[in-house]
Design a protein. Structure first.
Length: 608
């Protein structure tokens, strides 16, 4: 499966356990018995009569009203018990609230559909309780990060601050990314089927690998996957019927008008390898675009070298890389200091030196900027070229640094294209080729350094390398790639990945992006491809990363079409992808142009 997708799925697989992951170690048993008071089974009425279930933790014997923090979760509140204990011991009331239809809450669970209005009602209920001082905040990541944004859009008067981490954004990064689904969506829907989490079934990796392989080898429509899994799901089919951003998904997140009215302090947290990074940044960018100047000045952003789970409990080891001790930010402490600042009038957290904080690998240092634009003010641009044989990893095509582009790297001039440079490179995508099933295994732990897929690429993709970079360069931000491509089929999926190949030969995945050809003009509108016509494809959904490229390293760009167990297969017919099967399959012949009339180029944001 594509390496970046592997990273996303590894990250998301851990995401559901992030709230379950141990917070700081429990104190001695006798202390734990006396320093927190519990109110179990508090029922919170919603405007339609449904009652949600909450467990409330309070500092023992505290008579004064305090600010209230709550987590709103479909995974049931008990999975966040240790977080609640931590914050109750830190001088806050903490409520764990099960969303509608989950745990002991009444009603029916429809993912992402009810949490906005329900969240409003929870906020206002908690603000009225005798142990509350009227200030209510939220904690959580992934689904519980989405909950914070969807609650904030309803503008509850007593919501004082939110700290959304790794926030899922419906219609952006879940249940699809760039309008492309993966089998993982059924794994998640099975985890949240019924009233309580099916944690053991969710973690049965061999089962999920076997079922995705069964779908792949049988070449059945993706829409059949719930039947193959054995968990028929109306939600799954509802999502497949809404395969693009539109009214169904838009109703779940803030509108431009609502962003303009969200004025509370916000701390957004995400990671370089966070499976929901696209979502976290979608919220952040929209608030930066539509919010008031005062609101934007109170919105802080932290981007660490973390995967999805690491946005709540950082781990130094991610995907085969090991980061320095500075990566282990105490995020519980950062949350507490943020709440102390915004709810109790304390000092701003020392860690937040400016509005944007980002970790620069492998220097083990945090850098700061007033905005994302300020963090990477320059651009390093490469043009693609080759002699028409870029399918060979060791021969490959070339990434030629464009001269005079902001004077980024004081390098020797890039070699001019050779006279025999070809105008295009070509590869073939055959949706009926099932050889990948023989070697694709369960998700590995080295997805950022594993080169096996590149070595197996053969005639199914293209590879381009830069010259060794004579000096180190910091790349911070979002890459952008424009490719001029001609197809002989009406639709096809593309994956592009960018890696650093160090002088010792080690490869490190930096970022990757997916694009479905029919959505090349807009993710909201499909336009099938005119066969044989070279068209521009812009890949502008690369995840953010920040890394200082080692002197002597090369940059590697890989272009291919995903054909794996881990992603919805596009059979190339131009029909409804979820309904396509082997009988619809079209072999695609891809031409990637890079001549003067078709300037395929890679643009990289360069840090200060």
């Amino acid at each position: 499966m594509p390496r970046r997708l592997r990273a996303v799925l590894c990250s998301l697989s851990l995401s559901l356990l992030a709230g379950l992951a141990p917070a700081p170690r429990l104190v001695a048993q006798e202390a734990a018995a006396t320093d927190v008071d519990l109110q179990f089974g508090l029922k919170i009425p919603m405007r339609d009569g449904v009652r949600l279930n909450a467990t409330v933790y309070r500092p023992h014997g505290e008579a004064r009203p305090l600010p209230v923090i709550f987590t709103f979760t479909p995974y049931i509140g008990d999975t966040y018990h240790e977080r609640a204990m931590y914050f109750a011991r830190s001088g806050y009331v903490y409520a764990l609230v099960d969303v509608r239809g989950r745990g002991s809450s009444e009603g029916d669970f429809e993912p992402f559909a009810h949490e906005g209005k329900d969240g409003y009602d929870v906020v206002e209920f908690l603000a009225r309780q005798p142990w509350s001082d009227g200030k209510v905040a939220m904690w959580g990541g992934s689904y519980a990060g989405f909950d914070q944004w969807t609650t904030a859009k309803e503008l509850p008067p007593h919501l004082a601050t939110i700290v959304p981490a790794a926030s899922a954004h419906p219609g952006v990064d879940f249940p699809f990314q760039n309008n492309i689904f993966s089998p993982y969506v059924l794994q998640w829907l099975t985890y949240t089927s019924g009233a309580t989490p099916n944690r053991n079934l969710f973690n049965e990796g061999a089962f999920w690998t076997a079922k995705s392989r069964e779908l792949y080898l049988a070449q059945r429509p993706f829409a059949d996957y719930d039947q193959i899994v054995g968990n028929p799901s109306a939600i799954f089919h509802k999502w497949l019927a809404n395969p693009t951003p539109g009214p169904y998904w838009d109703a779940m997140v803030p509108t431009p008008e609502q962003y303009a009215r969200i004025s509370i302090p916000i701390l957004t947290i995400t990671g370089h390898y966070d499976g929901d990074q696209l979502g976290a940044f979608a919220y952040y960018r929209d608030h930066m675009r539509y919010g008031s100047a005062e609101a934007k000045a109170r919105h802080y952003l932290v981007v660490g070298p973390w995967d999805h789970a690491g946005t709540r409990t950082p781990n130094r080891e991610v995907g085969g890389l090991t980061f320095g001790p500075a990566s282990l930010v105490d995020l519980n402490r950062l949350h507490k200091e943020w709440y102390d600042w915004t709810l109790k009038g304390g000092d701003r957290p020392k860690f937040l030196e400016d509005r944007v904080a980002y970790y620069l690998a492998p220097t083990d240092a945090w850098k700061y900027a007033g905005s994302l634009e300020e963090a990477s003010p320059r651009t390093l641009t490469f043009s693609l070229a080759s002699d028409g044989r870029a399918n060979d990893l060791y021969h490959s095509g070339r990434l030629l640094q464009e001269a005079g582009k902001d004077g980024v790297i004081p390098a020797r001039p890039a070699p001019a294209p050779a006279p025999e440079s070809a105008p295009f490179d070509a590869y073939t995508y055959d949706p009926l080729d099932l050889r990948n099933a023989a070697w694709q295994a369960e998700l590995g732990n080295d997805y950022l350094t594993d080169e096996s897929e590149v070595h197996r690429l053969g005639e199914a993709g293209l590879v381009f390398h830069s010259e060794p970079l004579p000096e180190g360069v910091e790349i911070t931000g979002f890459p952008r790639l424009t490719l001029w491509i001609a197809l002989d089929v009406p639709d096809l999926d593309f994956e592009v990945s960018l890696s650093e190949v160090q002088p010792n030969g080690k490869s490190i995945l930096l970022s990757a992006a997916l694009l479905r050809a029919r959505y090349r003009e807009s993710l909201r509108r499909e336009v099938l491809v005119e066969p044989g016509k070279a068209l521009p494809y812009t890949f502008d959904s690369f995840p953010f990363f920040s890394r200082r490229i080692e002197p002597g390293s090369r940059l590697r760009l890989v272009v291919t079409s995903p054909n794996s167990l881990g992603i919805q297969k596009n059979y190339g017919s131009g029909g409804v992808v979820a309904l396509e099967s082997a009988k619809d399959a079209r072999r695609a012949h891809v031409r990637l142009y890079h001549d003067a009339g078709h300037p395929s180029r890679l643009e990289l944001p360069v840090g200060r």
